[in-house]
Design a protein around this ligand. Structure first.
Ligand code: FES
Length: 393
């Protein structure tokens, strides 16, 4: 009952439009509190006397956080653009710098955000007045008087924070926000700064390490591309001890089994780094699957001769977001991507049958050479991995 009385009293005290025009922002803010049944119990400015040493010290401390935030944002922008980001194998020079790329951009961006947040919190704690207010809650939507007085109240709150006369803090906050915004912009525009189409038809998104012309010329064609298993041996060791066991033969796989394979050329033996590097290229891993004999299979148009008997080779890079589709369930012939549970059917050209992926896993054309080793007959006939605007399939 007393709440209703108070609300109706407040309504009766409401000023007219003309009266409001004559009111100062402070009066409007006070009116806003009254109309909202807010009682300000205490409002103590942090620095009642302006310009004291304590106040300047507090101001420098807050500005320090913002400047540090701006510094880390600047380092982030420089690292994002200029740090060597292209893959290097552990044995290659420059690997240490490459390995630091993600930690450096992650740490600098994170610290920049963190320090900006700390600066804002420090400002609130050091400069906002200590205020205790009590408000009675009431229902209904706000009318014109409420809206105008609330705006005035917010403006007064802004004044109370004393930000208007704190040039150092405003400038440092502006600098930090500006550089931070630059960093966010660099993130968004990064894809445009680095041109993924450098190389035209041979751009990295179109071809993989299985492309024949990645090897040496032999006569009118190119050297063989074998299907290689990862034995765990490094390049130096393979060159020293020989290549026994790294090239895959049909009899190496039991029916209803799977092996992950990578491209291997005899010319790779000239360079241990290349032997290591090929295992790390993100678009080359392939699942070589041997189906059970007599399995009912549907072949994809244009890929009818890509398989060799019961052996099928599919890209291991999920067409949803690029995770490795590492799981092969022999009972159902399903290939499962553990990231978001997409499933592909090995007996139907690895077409997606469940989950978010919408495209089949690309199939590698394979055969067996006259020595009995699996070889690739060419690259995939479409781009591997997730979709992008320019791809047609
Ligand atoms: S990356 Fe494979 S389902 Fe999402």
């Amino acid at each position: 009952m007393s709440g209703e009385t108070s609300a109706s009293e407040s309504r009766s005290r409401r000023p007219t439009e003309a009266e409001m025009e004559d009111m100062t922002p402070d009066q409007l803010a006070t009116l806003a509190a009254e109309l909202d049944d807010v009682v300000v119990v205490q409002n103590l400015p942090k620095f009642p006397v302006a310009g004291t040493r304590a106040e300047k010290r507090a101001e420098r401390a807050v500005a320090g956080w913002f400047l540090l935030s701006g510094l880390f944002a600047a380092v982030f922008v420089v690292a994002y653009i200029a740090w060597p980001y292209e893959y290097k194998a552990p044995s290659e020079p420059g690997y240490q710098m490459y390995a630091l790329y993600t930690p450096v951009i992650g740490a600098t961006f994170g610290l920049s955000v963190l320090l900006l947040g700390i600066g804002v919190i420090a400002y609130v704690k050091k400069f906002f007045p200590d205020e205790v207010s009590v408000q009675q809650r009431h229902d209904g939507r706000s009318d014109e008087v409420d809206r105008r007085t609330v705006l005035a109240q917010l403006a007064k709150a802004g004044q109370d924070t004393t930000i208007a006369r704190r040039g150092l803090i405003k400038r440092s906050l502006g600098l930090a926000s500006g550089v931070f915004g630059l960093g966010v912009g660099a993130l968004a525009l990064g894809g445009l700064i680095r041109n993924p189409w450098e190389g035209g038809k041979h751009a990295a998104l179109w071809v993989t390490g299985w492309a024949p012309d990645h090897g040496e010329k032999v006569g009118t064609g190119y050297e063989k591309v074998y299907l290689r298993r990862d034995t765990g041996a490094l390049g130096e060791e393979i060159i020293e001890k020989g290549i026994d066991g790294i090239r895959v033969r049909p009899e190496d796989l039991d029916a209803a089994s799977m092996e992950t394979v990578f491209p291997f050329r005899m010319s790779d033996l000239k360079d241990p780094k290349k032997l290591d590097h090929v295992l790390k290229e993100s678009d080359t891993p392939v699942m070589l699957i041997r189906l059970r004999p007599g399995e009912q299979v549907t072949l994809r148009s244009g890929q009818e001769d890509f398989h060799y008997g019961d052996y099928y080779a599919f890209s291991k890079v999920c067409t949803h977001l690029g995770c490795p589709t590492s799981l092969y369930e022999a009972q159902t012939n399903r290939i499962l991507c553990p990231c978001h549970q997409s499933q592909f059917l090995a007996t139907e050209y690895a077409k997606p049958i469940f989950g978010p992926a919408t495209r089949s896993l690309p199939e590698l054309p394979i055969t067996v050479d006259d020595e009995g080793y699996f070889v690739a007959r060419g690259d995939f006939n479409e781009a591997v991995g997730p979709g992008f605007w320019e791809r047609k399939s």
